[in-house]
Design a protein around this ligand. Structure first.
Ligand code: SF4
Length: 257
Protein backbone atom coordinates (compact mmCIF):
# COMPACT_ATOMS: atom_id res chain seq x y z
CA UNK A 1 0.00 0.00 0.00
CA UNK A 2 1.34 3.43 -0.92
CA UNK A 3 2.35 5.64 2.04
CA UNK A 4 1.12 9.23 1.85
CA UNK A 5 4.01 11.72 1.67
CA UNK A 6 2.96 14.89 3.38
CA UNK A 7 5.08 18.04 3.42
CA UNK A 8 6.61 18.85 6.84
CA UNK A 9 4.53 22.06 6.94
CA UNK A 10 1.29 20.15 6.34
CA UNK A 11 2.26 17.46 8.84
CA UNK A 12 3.28 19.94 11.58
CA UNK A 13 0.65 22.57 10.96
CA UNK A 14 -2.46 20.57 10.15
CA UNK A 15 -2.12 16.77 10.33
CA UNK A 16 -0.57 16.51 13.81
CA UNK A 17 -3.03 19.01 15.36
CA UNK A 18 -5.90 17.00 13.85
CA UNK A 19 -4.47 13.79 15.35
CA UNK A 20 -4.31 15.55 18.75
CA UNK A 21 -8.03 16.35 18.49
CA UNK A 22 -7.52 20.08 17.97
CA UNK A 23 -10.49 21.75 16.35
CA UNK A 24 -9.31 25.33 15.90
CA UNK A 25 -5.69 25.08 14.75
CA UNK A 26 -6.14 23.03 11.53
CA UNK A 27 -8.74 25.31 9.90
CA UNK A 28 -6.99 28.45 11.15
CA UNK A 29 -3.64 27.36 9.70
CA UNK A 30 -5.24 26.28 6.45
CA UNK A 31 -6.96 29.66 6.18
CA UNK A 32 -3.95 31.78 7.09
CA UNK A 33 -1.46 29.76 5.02
CA UNK A 34 -3.54 29.86 1.85
CA UNK A 35 -1.55 31.72 -0.86
CA UNK A 36 -4.87 32.85 -2.34
CA UNK A 37 -5.84 34.48 0.95
CA UNK A 38 -8.16 37.32 0.03
CA UNK A 39 -7.24 39.84 2.73
CA UNK A 40 -9.19 41.11 5.71
CA UNK A 41 -10.10 44.34 7.47
CA UNK A 42 -9.74 44.30 11.24
CA UNK A 43 -10.28 46.82 14.01
CA UNK A 44 -7.73 46.74 16.82
CA UNK A 45 -9.10 48.08 20.11
CA UNK A 46 -7.13 50.43 22.33
CA UNK A 47 -5.22 48.76 25.14
CA UNK A 48 -5.46 51.96 27.22
CA UNK A 49 -5.70 51.73 30.99
CA UNK A 50 -9.12 50.56 32.12
CA UNK A 51 -10.86 53.38 34.01
CA UNK A 52 -11.89 52.49 37.57
CA UNK A 53 -15.43 51.10 37.57
CA UNK A 54 -15.64 49.54 41.05
CA UNK A 55 -16.12 46.06 39.55
CA UNK A 56 -14.03 42.92 40.10
CA UNK A 57 -12.48 41.86 36.79
CA UNK A 58 -11.60 38.27 35.80
CA UNK A 59 -8.26 39.30 34.34
CA UNK A 60 -7.03 40.74 37.63
CA UNK A 61 -9.05 40.18 40.77
CA UNK A 62 -9.50 36.39 41.24
CA UNK A 63 -6.01 36.25 42.81
CA UNK A 64 -6.57 39.05 45.28
CA UNK A 65 -7.16 38.53 49.00
CA UNK A 66 -10.47 39.83 50.49
CA UNK A 67 -8.56 42.63 52.22
CA UNK A 68 -7.16 43.90 48.92
CA UNK A 69 -10.58 43.55 47.27
CA UNK A 70 -12.26 45.50 50.08
CA UNK A 71 -9.74 48.36 49.80
CA UNK A 72 -10.24 48.31 46.02
CA UNK A 73 -13.94 49.01 46.70
CA UNK A 74 -13.57 51.71 49.35
CA UNK A 75 -10.21 53.38 48.69
CA UNK A 76 -8.82 52.34 45.29
CA UNK A 77 -6.35 55.24 45.23
CA UNK A 78 -4.44 53.62 48.13
CA UNK A 79 -3.56 50.53 46.09
CA UNK A 80 -0.25 50.34 44.26
CA UNK A 81 -0.95 50.36 40.52
CA UNK A 82 0.68 47.79 38.26
CA UNK A 83 3.65 49.24 36.38
CA UNK A 84 4.33 48.32 32.75
CA UNK A 85 7.58 48.66 30.81
CA UNK A 86 7.41 50.12 27.29
CA UNK A 87 8.11 46.66 25.86
CA UNK A 88 5.16 45.25 27.87
CA UNK A 89 2.87 47.80 26.20
CA UNK A 90 4.21 46.86 22.78
CA UNK A 91 3.67 43.17 23.55
CA UNK A 92 0.06 43.91 24.56
CA UNK A 93 -0.50 45.90 21.35
CA UNK A 94 0.94 43.06 19.25
CA UNK A 95 -1.30 40.64 21.17
CA UNK A 96 -4.35 42.82 20.40
CA UNK A 97 -3.53 42.77 16.68
CA UNK A 98 -3.35 38.96 16.73
CA UNK A 99 -6.56 38.74 18.76
CA UNK A 100 -8.35 40.83 16.13
CA UNK A 101 -6.97 38.65 13.30
CA UNK A 102 -7.92 35.37 14.97
CA UNK A 103 -11.36 36.57 16.04
CA UNK A 104 -11.98 37.65 12.44
CA UNK A 105 -10.96 34.14 11.28
CA UNK A 106 -13.20 32.52 13.92
CA UNK A 107 -16.25 34.29 12.54
CA UNK A 108 -15.22 33.86 8.90
CA UNK A 109 -14.71 30.09 9.41
CA UNK A 110 -17.71 29.75 11.76
CA UNK A 111 -15.46 28.38 14.48
CA UNK A 112 -17.16 30.61 17.06
CA UNK A 113 -20.71 31.71 17.71
CA UNK A 114 -19.62 35.15 18.94
CA UNK A 115 -16.46 37.05 19.87
CA UNK A 116 -15.74 39.48 22.71
CA UNK A 117 -18.51 38.02 24.86
CA UNK A 118 -19.30 39.81 28.16
CA UNK A 119 -19.86 37.79 31.33
CA UNK A 120 -21.21 39.29 34.53
CA UNK A 121 -22.28 38.35 38.06
CA UNK A 122 -24.28 41.12 39.68
CA UNK A 123 -24.32 39.31 43.07
CA UNK A 124 -20.53 39.27 43.25
CA UNK A 125 -20.01 42.64 41.53
CA UNK A 126 -17.80 41.02 38.91
CA UNK A 127 -17.39 40.98 35.15
CA UNK A 128 -15.11 39.89 32.33
CA UNK A 129 -15.01 39.50 28.56
CA UNK A 130 -14.21 36.16 26.92
CA UNK A 131 -12.50 36.21 23.53
CA UNK A 132 -15.15 33.92 22.00
CA UNK A 133 -17.73 31.22 22.68
CA UNK A 134 -18.55 28.11 20.62
CA UNK A 135 -20.71 25.04 21.26
CA UNK A 136 -20.60 24.62 25.02
CA UNK A 137 -17.22 26.26 25.61
CA UNK A 138 -15.43 29.54 26.01
CA UNK A 139 -12.41 30.19 23.79
CA UNK A 140 -9.45 32.21 25.01
CA UNK A 141 -6.59 33.32 22.75
CA UNK A 142 -3.16 33.78 24.30
CA UNK A 143 -0.16 35.07 22.37
CA UNK A 144 3.39 34.39 23.50
CA UNK A 145 7.00 33.87 22.46
CA UNK A 146 7.77 30.77 20.44
CA UNK A 147 10.29 29.50 23.04
CA UNK A 148 7.70 29.71 25.79
CA UNK A 149 4.95 28.08 23.74
CA UNK A 150 7.19 25.08 23.03
CA UNK A 151 7.53 24.45 26.78
CA UNK A 152 3.75 24.12 27.21
CA UNK A 153 2.61 20.63 26.27
CA UNK A 154 -0.41 20.06 28.49
CA UNK A 155 -3.14 22.04 30.30
CA UNK A 156 -1.21 21.33 33.52
CA UNK A 157 1.92 23.03 32.09
CA UNK A 158 -0.20 26.05 31.16
CA UNK A 159 -1.87 26.25 34.58
CA UNK A 160 1.47 25.96 36.40
CA UNK A 161 3.07 28.68 34.28
CA UNK A 162 0.09 31.04 34.13
CA UNK A 163 -1.98 30.67 37.32
CA UNK A 164 -3.60 34.05 36.65
CA UNK A 165 -4.88 32.89 33.24
CA UNK A 166 -6.23 29.74 34.87
CA UNK A 167 -8.16 31.74 37.46
CA UNK A 168 -9.42 34.03 34.72
CA UNK A 169 -10.83 30.95 32.94
CA UNK A 170 -12.46 29.66 36.14
CA UNK A 171 -13.96 33.08 36.82
CA UNK A 172 -15.44 33.26 33.31
CA UNK A 173 -16.95 29.80 33.84
CA UNK A 174 -18.24 30.75 37.30
CA UNK A 175 -20.13 33.73 35.88
CA UNK A 176 -21.27 32.30 32.55
CA UNK A 177 -22.30 28.72 33.35
CA UNK A 178 -19.89 27.32 30.71
CA UNK A 179 -17.84 24.44 32.09
CA UNK A 180 -14.92 24.29 29.62
CA UNK A 181 -12.48 26.77 28.19
CA UNK A 182 -10.59 25.99 25.00
CA UNK A 183 -7.24 27.80 25.08
CA UNK A 184 -5.58 28.70 21.78
CA UNK A 185 -1.88 29.51 22.12
CA UNK A 186 -0.17 31.38 19.29
CA UNK A 187 3.52 32.18 18.94
CA UNK A 188 3.79 35.60 17.32
CA UNK A 189 7.18 34.95 15.76
CA UNK A 190 8.16 32.64 12.90
CA UNK A 191 7.06 29.85 12.37
CA UNK A 192 3.88 31.02 14.20
CA UNK A 193 3.27 27.77 16.00
CA UNK A 194 -0.24 27.22 17.44
CA UNK A 195 -1.56 24.81 20.08
CA UNK A 196 -4.88 24.29 21.76
CA UNK A 197 -6.25 22.38 24.72
CA UNK A 198 -9.20 22.43 27.10
CA UNK A 199 -9.33 23.55 30.72
CA UNK A 200 -12.13 22.07 32.77
CA UNK A 201 -14.16 23.84 35.47
CA UNK A 202 -12.72 23.75 38.99
CA UNK A 203 -15.65 24.14 41.39
CA UNK A 204 -13.52 24.60 44.52
CA UNK A 205 -11.52 27.38 42.93
CA UNK A 206 -14.71 29.02 41.64
CA UNK A 207 -16.20 28.89 45.15
CA UNK A 208 -13.03 30.43 46.60
CA UNK A 209 -13.24 33.36 44.17
CA UNK A 210 -16.98 33.77 44.81
CA UNK A 211 -16.48 33.72 48.59
CA UNK A 212 -13.63 36.22 48.46
CA UNK A 213 -15.72 38.63 46.41
CA UNK A 214 -18.71 38.32 48.75
CA UNK A 215 -16.48 38.78 51.83
CA UNK A 216 -14.98 41.93 50.34
CA UNK A 217 -18.40 43.37 49.47
CA UNK A 218 -19.67 42.69 53.01
CA UNK A 219 -16.50 44.11 54.57
CA UNK A 220 -16.84 47.27 52.47
CA UNK A 221 -20.48 47.63 53.57
CA UNK A 222 -19.46 47.16 57.23
CA UNK A 223 -16.35 49.30 56.78
CA UNK A 224 -14.24 46.57 58.40
CA UNK A 225 -10.82 45.58 57.11
CA UNK A 226 -10.74 41.77 56.62
CA UNK A 227 -7.97 39.82 58.32
CA UNK A 228 -5.47 38.45 55.84
CA UNK A 229 -3.76 35.11 56.33
CA UNK A 230 -1.49 34.79 53.34
CA UNK A 231 0.71 37.22 51.54
CA UNK A 232 1.13 37.47 47.80
CA UNK A 233 4.16 39.29 46.39
CA UNK A 234 2.01 40.84 43.67
CA UNK A 235 -0.63 42.12 46.08
CA UNK A 236 -1.33 45.84 45.48
CA UNK A 237 -1.74 46.38 49.24
CA UNK A 238 1.76 45.15 50.06
CA UNK A 239 3.27 48.58 50.87
CA UNK A 240 0.40 49.32 53.29
CA UNK A 241 0.44 45.92 55.02
CA UNK A 242 4.22 46.07 55.34
CA UNK A 243 4.26 49.46 57.03
CA UNK A 244 1.15 49.60 59.24
CA UNK A 245 -1.32 47.49 61.16
CA UNK A 246 -5.05 47.09 60.38
CA UNK A 247 -6.16 49.96 62.63
CA UNK A 248 -3.67 52.33 61.02
CA UNK A 249 -4.79 51.28 57.53
CA UNK A 250 -8.42 52.00 58.45
CA UNK A 251 -7.44 55.39 59.94
CA UNK A 252 -5.73 56.15 56.63
CA UNK A 253 -8.85 55.09 54.72
CA UNK A 254 -11.12 57.20 56.93
CA UNK A 255 -8.83 60.21 56.99
CA UNK A 256 -8.12 60.64 53.29
CA UNK A 257 -9.64 63.69 51.66
S1 SF4 B 1 -0.23 42.43 51.22
FE1 SF4 B 1 -0.45 40.33 52.03
S2 SF4 B 1 -1.49 40.64 54.01
FE2 SF4 B 1 -1.80 42.51 52.82
S3 SF4 B 1 -3.74 42.25 51.75
FE3 SF4 B 1 -2.11 41.59 50.37
S4 SF4 B 1 -1.96 39.38 50.69
FE4 SF4 B 1 -3.06 40.23 52.44
Amino acid sequence: MATAKHSPAFREGILNPLMRGEVLVPPLRAYLCNPDFGGMTIKVPSIGTRPYDGKFHSSEHPRWAPRALMLYLVAPELLTPRMFQASDILAMTAGSVWHAIIEHCFMELRLALACEVPFESVETNSKGTGDAVRDGEIVEIKTMRDLLLRKIETPEDYIARFPGYHLQAIDYMRMSGYRRERVLLIAVTYPFEMKEFVIEYDMLEAQRIDTNYRMAIQAAADFQLPMCGGCDDDCPVKPLCRSMDSAAIMRLVEGRS
